[in-house]
Design a protein around this ligand. Structure first.
Ligand code: CFM
Ligand code: HCA
Length: 542
């Protein structure tokens, strides 16, 4: 006999925690948050960027993945050598679907997997000589502009000095920049530490190397866009249509020279704040280039971001051009949205991805009339959930480009308490530019579940209780979710689809999701709870 019970968000949270040993349950409880606590409750702070409890099957990856795969992976003309056993190199080889366009010089090392292939004797006697030989071999074969070395776990444990080797080889070659990353997988609690290590070294060894000024009236860098499924191509298409020059993308479809020339931009636009905010802050501190948050995931978000860039430059011709481009593109997007909405309105989604997409993609779903009922990051920090309202530490005069600095402490600059809308307006009117952006929580409805570092067990449980119409995550989650009879869409690799950014991307996404949530095939699957139910429950949307 089945009993149908209605579960509140608090009940669901309890269900997720029920099976855990008390200590584990106490820890996980701090990472499962009912968004914008219901009336008479104080909003909970979410605990994020903390170590995954051993034994739990996390969705996260490692520091090496964040450094080598994520930040440096999409750059085509730097030879990336993994110093370590072969598996790390092999499993980070072309898995991320970052696209590239080799250009006239044709230099593209992405199809290669370079590794020192450490063996037992290297672990015992040290691997520096082998690394030196690998760098030499890469130089002799390709004569690249740059060679980057990435440390895997054993390298840190045995103490190979990869930086000394890199310095020695750089001096020896004279015409090739060799630099290294101490990004051992175990450093930090996730990919996130790898982003930071990567950002620091890219800034130290590459940014500023090319001092030839770049042409262009409105020069920007696009930070935190990795050209997955060709997203960066679509964004570049729109920027070009608007007459905006993209000096460097960090690091989708990028080259050595783009990094080296980034200091020539007038404005930094930040797409994935989690992975690249360090570079944005360093470019501002060293070169005085301000940054603003943008988001090209979602048609409305794309239009808003283009307008934001135009507003920054404050030039009427640019603002008009941006409006023309939007007016040209938007009707096509709206027509497709109107069609799919007849089938997708009211459907529900769950998004558990990385450190920014779980937030950005909720906009695309909203445009389809779909509701994100639960979401979370694998490795986001608190500011990715709660938002960041930095500034006003600079005041930019649109005509003269003068930047007036305000006195702020470093601490204040990073985590400034939230200001009221009125306070912001007044400051904005006074000419201050805000690097303000909303985190995930602000965009999620009241009573939704925001869960940090979701794991295999909780994912299954959530799906069982809330039965979303679609679940979005990565390859490790894909098949277990599908076996529960729920359509699954990978928001990392796009399941070979895409682009999903910009206007064309929005159309692709609407059509694909429409097909997925409308497919009958999933209803033929029998999930374990359907054959052997412990509890029949339903989640009722308030
Ligand atoms: Fe930024 Fe990314 Fe993401 Fe990320 Fe990633 Fe990625 Fe991602 Mo996979 S940089 S945080 S470390 S948007 S690789 S392109 S899809 S987890 S949400
Ligand atoms: C990474 C890369 C990854 C993995 C995706 C996945 C990506 O974090 O090392 O789990 O499917 O986007 O390729 O995030």
């Amino acid at each position: 006999t089945k009993k149908l019970v209605q579960l509140s968000p608090a009940d669901i949270k309890e269900e997720l925690l029920k099976k855990y040993p008390p200590k584990v349950a106490r820890k996980r409880a701090k990472q499962i948050m009912i968004n914008e606590a219901l009336e008479n409750e104080t909003p909970t702070e979410i605990v994020a960027n903390v170590r995954t409890i051993p034994g739990i099957i996390t969705m996260r990856g490692c520091t090496y993945a964040g450094c080598k795969g994520v930040i440096l992976g999409p750059t085509r003309d730097i030879v990336n050598i993994t110093h370590g056993p072969i598996g790390c190199g092999f499993y980070s080889w072309l898995t991320r679907r970052n696209q590239t366009e080799p250009g006239p010089d044709g230099e593209n090392y992405m199809p290669y997997c370079f590794s020192t292939d450490m063996q037992d004797q290297d672990i015992i006697f040290g691997g520096e000589k082998k690394l030196e030989a690998a760098i030499q071999e890469a130089y002799d074969l390709f004569h690249p502009k740059g060679i980057a070395v990435f440390a895997t776990c054993p390298v840190g444990l045995i103490g190979d000095d990869i930086h000394a080797v890199a310095r020695k080889m750089k001096a020896k070659f004279g015409d090739c920049n060799v630099f290294a990353f101490s990004c051992e997988g175990y450093k930090g609690v996730s990919q996130s530490a790898g982003h930071h290590i990567a950002n620091n070294q890219v800034f130290t060894h590459l940014v500023g190397e090319n001092d030839t000024p770049k042409e262009g009236k409105y020069k920007i860098n696009l930070l935190g866009e990795y050209n997955i499924g060709g997203d960066g191509f679509e964004i570049d298409r729109l920027l070009t249509l608007c007459g905006i020059t993209n000096i460097a993308t960090f690091s989708g479809n990028s080259t050595y020279d783009q990094f080296a020339s980034a200091q020539h931009a007038d404005l930094n636009t930040v797409m994935c704040h989690r992975s690249i905010n360090y570079v944005a802050d360093m470019l501002e501190a060293k070169y005085g280039i301000p940054w603003i948050k943008v988001n090209f995931i979602g048609a409305e978000a794309t239009a808003k971001s283009l307008r934001k860039i135009a507003q920054y430059f404050g030039d009427k011709a640019l603002m008009d051009r941006v409006e023309e481009v939007i007016a040209e593109e938007m009707p096509k997007v709206k027509a497709v949205a109107a069609d799919v909405r007849t089938r997708t309105t009211g459907k529900t989604a769950m998004l558990f991805v990385g450190g920014s997409r779980a937030h950005h993609y909720s906009e695309l779903f909203a445009e389809m009339g779909m509701k994100t009922i639960s979401a979370g990051y694998e490795f986001g920090h608190r500011d990715d959930y709660e938002g960041r309202q930095v500034i006003p530490d600079i005041k930019v005069d649109a005509d003269s480009r003068n930047i007036e600095e305000l006195e702020v402490t470093a601490d204040e600059k990073l985590y400034r308490p939230r200001k009221s809308a009125d306070e912001f307006k007044a400051l904005e009117e006074a000419g201050y530019k805000f690097k303000h952006y909303d985190g995930m929580n602000a965009d999620m409805d009241k009573g939704t579940l925001v869960i940090d570092d979701l794991n295999q067990y909780e994912a299954d449980k959530l799906v069982e209780i809330m039965k979303p119409d679609i679940f979005c995550a990565g390859i490790k989650e894909k098949f277990s979710i599908q076996k529960l009879g729920i359509p699954m869409k990978q928001l990392h690799s796009y399941d070979s689809g895409g682009p999903y950014a910009g206007f064309k991307g929005a159309i692709n996404f609407y059509k694909e999701i429409d097909r997925l949530v409308g497919s009958k095939v999933w209803s033929y699957m029998k999930a374990p709870w359907q054959t052997n139910p412990e509890l029949a429950a339903t989640f009722v949307w308030e």
